[in-house]
Every structure is written in C-alpha cells, then in structure tokens.
Design a protein around this ligand. Structure first.
Ligand code: AMP
Length: 599
C-alpha cells in the first residue's frame, strides 16, 4: 500500500509540510525498488572494501555480484571476528574490515565472554542513520496531528565511554549520537522540539541528568504532547524517579532555585533560563504526587500527551501493563528498529498496537539476508547447510534470523534477532520482532543467557560448600513488578547437615556472588544506571521442583523429555513457586563494575 492511500484512508489530507512529503516520497522510492537498492548497496560495500584484509581472504577480486558474494563469503558471528576487532582496538589502522577508517567502536548491549561486543563504525555511518531518524516524524505526522504545537518530553541519557588500548573511543551507540553534531546542532524543527536541554542529556551523571530533564518537563507540562524514552524500562525509571524526588522538584519550582545536588556547571548555566518561582505549578505537581494512587499520573501531570514514544516490542513487552497503568492507556508508539551494528528500519504505522507492530527494513541501510529459522531444527552440522534468503524474497509468516553486511565492515554477520514476516510495504518486507536468540532474562538493556545464569549459580554455590549444602534445582524470573525490576532466582536446597545450614547472611552473599559473575551490561545497569534492582534468591521447600514437573506433565509435557525451565513467567507456575517459598534473600551490595573491560 502506498502512502498516498494511507493518507487518504486515515487522515484524508496530505503530509504535514514539504519536508515531510519529500521524506515520505523517499520511503516510497526505496521500498518500491527494494531489490535494486539492495543490489547497489552490496556492490558499493564490496567495491569500496575490496582491498580490505578480510575480503581479500576470499579472493573476491573486486567482484561485486550477489551470487559470487553468497558463494564465497561465510556467515559469521561476533566470535569469528573478534581477533580482527581486537587488532583494530589495539591500534592497527590498516584496512582490516573497512576501507574507511574505523572512527570508533559502538559498544553493544549484546555481550561476548561477559563484555560488551565492540562494533566498528565509520564516520559516514552517522549520515545514513541520521537519514533514518529524519523519516520518523514525517511518518508520525501522518497519524498524529499538531505535533508542531508543542514539545516532546524525552528522557535521554549518555553513558560512560572508554578508550581502547589503541585509542579509539568505545561507547554505546546513542551516547555517540547525542554527542555528535547531528544531534547537538540539529536544525530547529517545530515537529521535533524537546523539553530536555542538550546540557541535561549530555551530563554523564544519571541523577543530575534525570533531575534536570524531569524539572524541565514539569515546567513545560502544558506544552508536552508526547512522552518518551528509548526503551519502556527507561520511561518507568523516570516515573519512579518522580515518585522519589517530587518533593525536592516541587521545592525548586516553588522557589525558582536548583537542587544543590545538581553541580554540573553547564546544566546550572542553562537552567538559569528555565527556572522561575511558580508556586501554583509546584502546588499542582505536589498535590498529584502526594496521592497514594499513581494510576494515570502521566496524563494527570502532562494532560496534553497524545502518545508514549517507547520501544515495547521484544523483551520490553513485559512493561506494557505498567505503562498502561501510569498513562491511563495512552497509545504506545514503537518507531524504529536499530542496533549498534546497523540501524534497520522503521514502523510505518507507529500508532498500531504493540502486538501488531511491524518494522519495515529500509534497503539503503545495509545489505540484508535472512536465515530461515526453524524453532524445531537441532542446529546440528548434519542438517543441510542453511540457505540465506534476500530481503525481497522472504515469505509471509515465516521466521528468520537477521544477517547483515554493513558499510563499516561486517560481512554476513548474524545479528541474533529472530523476525517474522508480516507483510510488505511495496516490495520491502515488514517484520514483527519475535525475540533475540538465547536471552533468558532481561530487565533493561541487559541480556542474560542460560549459560551466564548457570555460571552465576555455580559461582554462588561455592559459598555453600562449607555448609555441606547444594542447589538441587533452580529457575529464574525477571520481576518487573518492582521499579527498577530485578532478577529472581528460585533455589531448592539440599541441606545435608541441618545443624550447620547456611545463614541468612551467607544466602544474601550468594545473591551478590551471582551478580558478580553476570555480564558487564547487567553490572553496569546495577551500578551506574540504577536500572536493575538487587538480585533476589527465593529458597523454596524441598520437593517444589518435583511438583513443578508434575504440573508440567499434567499439562501434557513428556516425562522423558521434561527439563526444568531455567526461566519462568507463566502465572500458575509462579504461583506454585511463590507458595513454596521458605526464605527470601537480596544482594546486600552492588557488584563490581568499571567501564573498562575485565579482561
Ligand atoms: P544494541 O546493539 O545494544 O543497540 O541492541 C540492539 C538490539 O536491541 C537489537 O538487535 C534488538 O535485539 C533490540 N532492539 C532494537 N530495537 C528494537 C525494537 N524496536 N524492538 C525490539 N527489540 C529491539
């Protein structure tokens, strides 16, 4: 379906402005000629990088056609590339992956050996990503009118950056973006004005940054038309922040002064232009916040909010009920699908229900291939070698793993995301984000897999040896009823000598021992971002896991194939486990985390 028909069907009028019309036209052109664009992208990537060490290995000899590419270049994972990435990180400036110099590393929330993956990027990549950003509002303006009449309250943050031994910056992709001129000196666009000043977004101290952004959002409460954060967890953290800090915030509004804890000089300077004594506003905010019931707090404080702009697809879907509660059911807009490796595409119907969100991959961003994903396949070597499918050849309702070839030098790289095709916009397919492979637990940007959880349990069990106690079985649960959410691990213990059972203190320390061995993204969320709460161990009565098995079998599981699920979320199972809890324990302190990798 073309935009023209969407427009006439939904709104009965035209794009909001000339700029929007051009952007929508651009989307039309790209998606009408998706295969041609893909072919050109591949040819461009292969020809400009023909002399790189990586491509020379495969003797492409400057050939840029698809068939040759597919027959000689292998599909790879991060681990395959790691030795090359390490050389770049150590300062080797020769063209290893990309003919264009690697300008920095973007640190993914996906980890390898417990540390963030380092994704090479090149300067021009920001032009491509900026282009994708520039398409978001023109699409949104088709569905929501009048966004030029107010502002967006977006909670945006930078995180710590480090340098590799060779001197390249390593930082999360959004930190890189917010610090770039593309963001800092963006031209004024009436459809895209934020209440948060750049100075607040760019302050690395998360308290000062959040405090200032919230204060500005409160001052401009009547102008706010949309409220957002990147992920749902981030927006809920902002609500929690308001719960904890409204008293000081309203004091500042009442007096026109700034909380002395905000010591960042550039924030102090810019806030002189915002702060003014406004006792009436302070009374209003305090009156709303002091209430026990925070249902609909977002629309009570920001009454003109038309939608929440947060990603609630994938792991973030767990936050939808809480967001609905705080917003009184405002529409949730998921606008784009992106990663450190590459920005993929956007949602052409951003006001659709979260369960119906599909992202249209933009064929100019990279060369995209799709590995058919069969949830029942063993993945063993004897299975016939997988054949990758091109962007325009994917089939509706089938699931695929995304494989990308980027300008920055990833060739046939497995991203690890599983997508299901829901339809096409012109010739470009649209995908439902199904899940990321191998993620068991996730609260914020953390992703913990089964092996990491197992390692955590093993680490904690060490503390039980001297008490002659072992963990018979365990499972886990991402508890998002608390803000921030936290990991819950259910343990069934075998205490061989009841006269010498592990004390409360030892079990608390088991929580910490688990956290210490979880990956660095988890520990950063705990320590620096405060976006995950202390890990909890719930010790359950002996025999509980047998009951769990009985329950699964009663529901049709095969007794021979039954395995304890390492993560649970099904309510009856949770209820069973919780009804058998004999003691609960929390991590007594923060795990260790430094911005530098451990190795
Ligand atoms: P990172 O490399 O840390 O930026 O994380 C990128 C990953 O976040 C992607 O590969 C997805 O697994 C996930 N992600 C990004 N955008 C979305 C989205 N719109 N919906 C669901 N998951 C997403």
């Amino acid at each position: 379906m073309s935009f023209d028909s969407i427009i006439s069907r939904r709104l009965g009028d035209s794009p909001a402005c000339d700029k929007d019309a051009k952007a929508l036209q651009f989307i039309e052109e790209l998606t009408q000629n998706a295969d041609g664009v893909q072919q050109n992208v591949l040819a461009e990537i292969l020809s400009r990088n023909a002399q790189t060490e990586y491509l020379k290995r495969f003797n492409l000899d400057g050939i840029t056609d698809r068939e040759t590419f597919k027959s000689v270049i292998p599909m790879i994972t991060y681990e395959d590339l790691q030795p090359l990435i390490q050389r770049i990180a150590n300062g080797d400036r020769s063209p290893i992956l990309s003919a264009h110099p690697i300008s920095e590393f973007l640190t993914s929330s996906g980890t390898s050996a417990g540390e963030r993956k380092l994704m090479p990027t090149i300067k021009e990549e920001w032009d491509r990503r900026q282009l994708l950003y520039s398409l978001l509002m023109p699409v949104m303006n088709l569905y929501v009118k009048g966004l030029d009449k107010g502002k967006g309250l977006y909670f945006l943050f930078v995180k710590t950056e480090t340098k590799t031994p060779g001197g390249l910056l390593a930082r999360p992709v959004l930190t890189s973006y917010y610090k770039s001129d593309h963001f800092k000196t963006r031209p004024y666009d009436p459809y895209n004005v934020y209440t948060s000043p750049n100075e607040a977004i760019l302050c690395a101290d998360s308290f000062q940054s959040m405090y200032t952004q919230m204060l500005c959002g409160l001052y401009e409460r009547e102008e706010v038309l949309r409220v957002g954060a990147v992920f749902a967890s981030g927006l809920l953290r902002a609500i929690r922040f308001l719960q904890l800090n409204w008293s000081q915030l309203t004091h500042d509004i009442r007096t026109g002064s700034l909380n002395p804890k905000v010591i960042d000089l550039s924030i102090q300077e810019c806030m002189t232009r915002v702060l003014r004594p406004d006792p009436e506003l302070a009374d209003f905010v305090a009156k709303e916040c002091v209430k026990e019931n925070w249902e609909g707090i977002i629309t009570r404080i920001w009454p003109n909010t038309k939608y929440l702009d947060v990603i609630v697809t994938g792991a973030m879907a767990q936050y939808i009920p809480t967001l609905d509660y705080y917003s009184g059911g405002l529409p949730l807009a998921c606008t784009m699908y992106a990663s450190s490796e590459c920005y993929f595409g956007l949602n052409l119907k951003p006001m659709s229900k979260p369960s119906q969100v599909s992202y249209t991959i933009m064929p100019n961003m990279a060369y995209f291939e799709f590995l058919p994903h069969d949830p029942n396949s063993s993945g063993h070597a004897q299975d016939s070698p997988p054949k990758l499918v091109d962007l325009v050849d994917v089939e509706i309702d089938k699931e695929y793993e995304l494989v990308i070839t980027t300008y920055a030098g990833l060739y046939r790289y497995r991203v690890g995301d599983i997508l299901r095709v829901t339809g096409f916009h012109n010739s470009a397919p649209q995908f439902h984000f199904v899940r990321r492979k191998n993620v068991l637990l996730s609260i914020d940007s953390d992703k913990t897999d089964e092996a990491e959880l197992q390692k955590g349990v093993e680490n904690a069990i060490q503390l039980l040896h001297e008490f002659n106690t072992s963990v018979v079985e365990y499972t886990s649960y991402a508890d998002t009823n608390t803000i921030p959410g936290h990991y819950v691990i259910y343990w069934e213990l075998l205490v061989k000598d009841p006269t010498n059972s592990p004390s409360e203190k030892v079990l608390n320390h088991c929580c910490l021992a688990m956290e210490e061995s979880l990956n660095s993204v988890y520990r950063q969320c705990r320590v620096a971002d405060n976006s995950i709460g202390p890990l909890e161990i719930r010790v359950v009565k002996s025999g509980t896991f047998e009951e769990l098995m009985d329950y699964a079998i009663s529901r049709g599981a095969s007794i021979n194939q039954y395995k304890v699920p390492r993560c649970v979320s099904f309510t009856p199972i949770m209820e069973l486990l919780d009804s058998r809890v004999v003691s609960v324990h929390f991590s007594p302190s923060l795990p260790r985390w430094t911005p530098e990798p451990r190795r």
